[in-house]
Write a protein that binds this ligand. Structure first.
Ligand SMILES: *[C@@H]1O[C@H](CO)[C@@H](O)[C@H](O)[C@H]1NC(C)=O
Ligand SMILES: *[C@@H]1O[C@H](CO)[C@@H](O)[C@H](O)[C@H]1NC(C)=O
Ligand SMILES: *[C@@H]1O[C@H](CO)[C@@H](O)[C@H](O)[C@H]1NC(C)=O
Ligand SMILES: *[C@@H]1O[C@H](CO)[C@@H](O)[C@H](O)[C@H]1NC(C)=O
Length: 340
């Protein structure tokens, strides 16, 4: 696996269109897929011949985990996966929207022509995944109660499950729950459901929004190491991950958060000529078997490890996506919890 930091210039041309699926209007997918396809068709042979380029896209979302063991919540979980991921991935790999979308959206879901279906099938060189966290999925039959999720799904996403438990742990300096198992599970899901496509992790990272000294970002080291390790576990299980991009190289102006997020490996002092200062995470090399001499901490204290995992192996050889009501690696746990 090539581990690419945000600084590295990849040979791959990433035609990344981060697509935030906030809308309830499925026809937008059609507007998204078809022009992309046309422009890709127009350019792909030139690009590939000249530069060995690739054309694909990145999708933004997380893995869903059932809110309870009730079958309606398990079904709601699959629906959210199909509405958020399948909405784009099913056409691109199989030439049509997921059956469940057709069933739930009915006539409002546009139809592809035969020719479009044919053109869509296999039209991407890779799948880009932006992963930060995962959420629970709960069945909700009352559409008017569905505020932020797609009301056609009759499902809502939740931060905690029926027992009030969250996924992973809440990072005190970022804003989301840290759940690398979700990345592993999601990668395996994509592999099983979409014929083992080439995958780039196009975004993964954590903010330092609530930290007093943004240069002391140990929580980021722990986060990135844990997610690289989850990625490695997925690669070991046959997922075709070819690259990993960290969000972000520098503190940025973020949608909805402005400059408050501090996502950068390089901190920008906005009060002093935009000075760029490497954080501790920037000084820590990519996860490898050698301790990093530049790092102030020993390798073993930096890198969280997962407990032994074996039970998933037999499951992953079965056809079809892994069952949504079980975690693929239920015993995949961080050994160390950040406690700074
Ligand atoms: C394809 O080529 C056209 C014309 O050169 C350009 O405007 C467009 O951005 C290209 N599309 C992609 C996906 O590279
Ligand atoms: C659905 O939810 C809305 C908003 O909370 C509420 O006013 C309405 O009574 C609910 N309908 C049913 C059938 O429960
Ligand atoms: C920048 O200056 C503002 C206004 O004085 C202050 O509130 C803020 O904390 C400063 N930020 C940093 C990163 O020093
Ligand atoms: C990753 O997890 C494995 C167990 O799955 C553990 O043995 C290993 O030490 C971890 N490696 C790193 C680099 O965190």
């Amino acid at each position: 696996m090539e581990i690419l930091s945000s600084f590295a210039i990849s040979k791959t041309i990433l035609a990344i269109l981060s697509f935030v699926l906030l809308s309830n209007i499925p026809s937008q997918a059609q507007g998204y897929l078809l022009p992309k396809l046309k422009s890709a068709q127009y350019n792909i042979s030139t690009l590939q011949a000249q530069q060995g380029g690739e054309i694909g896209f990145a999708l933004s979302s997380g893995r869903y985990v059932p809110y309870s063991s009730k079958s309606e919540d398990v079904a709601a979980t699959q629906r959210l996966m199909d509405f958020y991921w399948g909405w784009i991935l099913d056409p691109v790999f199989y030439g049509d929207y997921p059956t469940i979308m057709k069933e739930y959206v009915g006539n409002r879901l546009p139809k592809f022509t035969k020719k479009e279906k044919y053109m869509l099938k296999g039209s991407t060189d890779f799948v880009g995944i932006n992963y930060y966290t995962s959420r629970f999925a709960r069945h909700e039959s009352n559409r008017t109660k569905i505020m932020y999720d797609n009301y056609d799904t009759l499902a809502v996403s939740e931060a905690s499950n029926i027992d009030g438990k969250i996924l992973g742990y809440k990072d005190q300096y970022g804003w989301n729950n840290v759940y690398p198992e979700g990345l592993y599970n999601f990668l395996v899901y994509i592999k099983e459901k979409y014929k083992n496509p080439k995958i780039y992790i196009t975004e993964n990272g954590i903010a330092s929004s609530k930290i007093s000294n943004p240069l002391k970002d140990e929580h980021r080291i722990v986060y990135v190491a844990a997610h690289l390790n989850a990625t490695k576990a997925a690669i070991d299980d046959g997922v075709n991950v070819q690259g990993y991009f960290l969000w972000a190289a520098f503190d940025t102006f973020e949608f909805q958060a402005g400059y408050s997020g501090n996502w950068g490996l390089y901190h920008i002092d906005f009060n002093d000529t935009l000075k760029r200062i490497p954080t501790d995470a920037a000084k820590c090399s990519t996860v490898d078997d050698q301790p990093n001499p530049k790092s102030p901490m020993s390798h073993s204290s930096l890198v969280p490890s997962f407990s032994q995992h074996t039970s998933h192996m037999s499951q992953s050889t079965q056809p079809g996506p892994p069952p949504l009501n079980t975690l693929v690696r239920p015993n995949l746990q961080l050994n160390i919890q950040p406690n700074f």
